[in-house]
Design a binder for this molecule. Structure first.
Ligand SMILES: [Zn+2]
Length: 434
């Protein structure tokens, strides 16, 4: 009789549930079951001692993987990053708008060359898997072929969209409204729900293009993403700029401009959202829009961020607005969500926000993203029945009482921020190691 194949992974295991709860096994076994068709699902997690008794006849040399000092967590969700900005992550930063002009736009223009885009896509998405990121939402350049290469290299539940840039942009990147709409329609048709409609931001995408494509995305139930209220200078610029458009002249806020353009909604991800008025919070709540907090990108210049300010998650949560974490590569300096989690705890801790724990950071870097992307029923945590998508991290030595203590040590043991990538011992996606 054909049987289902069991595989066992032994390590410390963390399974995030919400902001305050994370299941923890100091010495646990994750049991994965693979069907005859080759589909793997998580069967259960249990303490090693119990697993030894229960599965005494199933443990073999070939199906038990033991990670000494390893820590298993779900694959990370990075809910806002630009794969085409990998080369500008560590460029000098003084402020958002200058940094875009000086470094980011010229770099993105290079993706017009197919061979450049192809080789960079291969390299970038390989590194992303190695950093343990298996979900999220990603910005590509304006070029259709760059989107195609990214789509063919990416592993995991990562939505990707080409940015639309029809105004206030350098010549090398600026599209006509007609071309921008065509390329968004191409992306939606070709990639369906793997695509995310991506008007770069209100400064660079004219309202006609935004609205036409947003309404189509809404009809097709496709996600949308953009940047909202990252810096005061950007907000001022947007409010001035939109006075020229009759339908937007009376808009009272940046958020309202997106609302009028059809950009808000339950399948909308707004990056940064730092400087918001109470009326904007209400609008985000009533439209069920989700926000993405990018702490390492918004961090002070001395911490390699753009110095944009700090998202106030307490205000956001009080309104019941959903949010998750993102790296914002290349505004953010490092790819690893461990670095983003560290920055989150550090910056909010400095402000005395005691709710900013590592347990919260882990939830917001995994399951919260999956919930927003509507895939939490099958991924984002390690609950029984979900896909076998997880990361094994290099854990600290010693014994650990709880999830918070373990995470604090795990992240604290890394001296150089660039080394967070190296903390990943293995990334498993759908039961296979990448
Ligand atoms: Zn961004």
């Amino acid at each position: 009789m054909a049987t289902r194949k069991l595989t066992f992974y032994r390590a410390a295991i963390l399974n995030p549930k919400d902001d305050k709860t994370c299941e923890f096994w100091a010495d646990g076994v994750l049991v994965s079951e693979t069907s005859q068709k080759g589909v793997s699902r998580i069967k259960e997690i249990l303490p090693y001692r119990e697993a030894c008794e229960k599965y005494v006849e199933d443990f073999g040399n070939s199906n038990l993987f033991e990670f000494r000092h390893g820590v298993i967590v779900p694959g990370f969700f990075d809910m806002h990053f630009h794969w085409v900005q990998d080369d500008v992550r560590l460029m000098p930063k003084d402020s958002l708008l200058q940094w875009l002009e000086k470094y980011t736009f010229p770099t993105e223009a290079k993706y017009a060359a197919k061979s450049y885009a192809r080789s960079h896509a291969k390299k970038f998405f390989h590194r992303l898997s190695k950093a343990g990121t298996l979900g999220g939402a990603c910005y590509s350049s304006v070029h259709d072929h760059a989107l195609d290469y990214a789509m063919s290299e990416v592993k995991g539940d990562i939505l990707i969209g080409n940015v639309l840039m029809t105004m206030q942009s350098p010549k090398s990147l600026q599209q006509t409204s007609r071309d921008a709409i065509k390329s968004a329609q191409r992306g939606m048709r070709k990639y369906k729900h793997r695509y995310v409609l991506t008007p770069r931001f209100a400064i660079a995408t004219d309202p006609h293009t935004m609205r036409t494509t947003a309404l189509e995305a809404n009809r097709r139930k496709i996600f949308k993403q953009s940047h909202l209220s990252e810096t005061p200078a950007e907000i001022k610029y947007v409010m001035e700029l939109y006075k020229q458009f009759p339908a937007y002249k009376s808009a009272k806020s940046y958020t309202e401009i997106y609302h009028r353009a059809g950009m808000l909604g339950a399948r909308s991800l707004m990056g940064h959202a730092i400087h918001l008025k109470p009326t904007e919070l209400k609008l985000l709540k009533s439209t069920k829009t989700a926000l993405v907090h990018c702490p390492s990108s918004n961090a002070p210049l001395r911490e390699k961020g753009l110095g944009s300010g700090l998202f106030d998650f307490r205000k956001i949560e009080r309104q019941g607005i959903r949010w998750a974490l993102g790296s914002d590569i290349g505004g953010g300096p490092f790819l690893s969500m461990l670095d983003v989690m560290r920055s989150f705890v550090q910056q909010h801790g400095r402000k005395g926000r005691q709710q900013a724990t590592f347990v919260k950071a882990l939830y917001r870097a995994t399951l919260a993203g999956a919930e927003i992307l509507e895939v939490a029923h099958r991924t984002g945590s390690l609950d029984a029945g979900k896909e076998v998508n997880f990361v094994v991290l290099k854990g600290p030595s010693g014994t650990h009482k709880d999830a918070e203590g373990l995470l604090k040590k795990l992240i604290g043991q890394v001296a150089k921020r660039a080394d967070f990538d190296k903390q990943v011992l293995a990334t498993y996606w759908q039961g296979r190691t990448l």
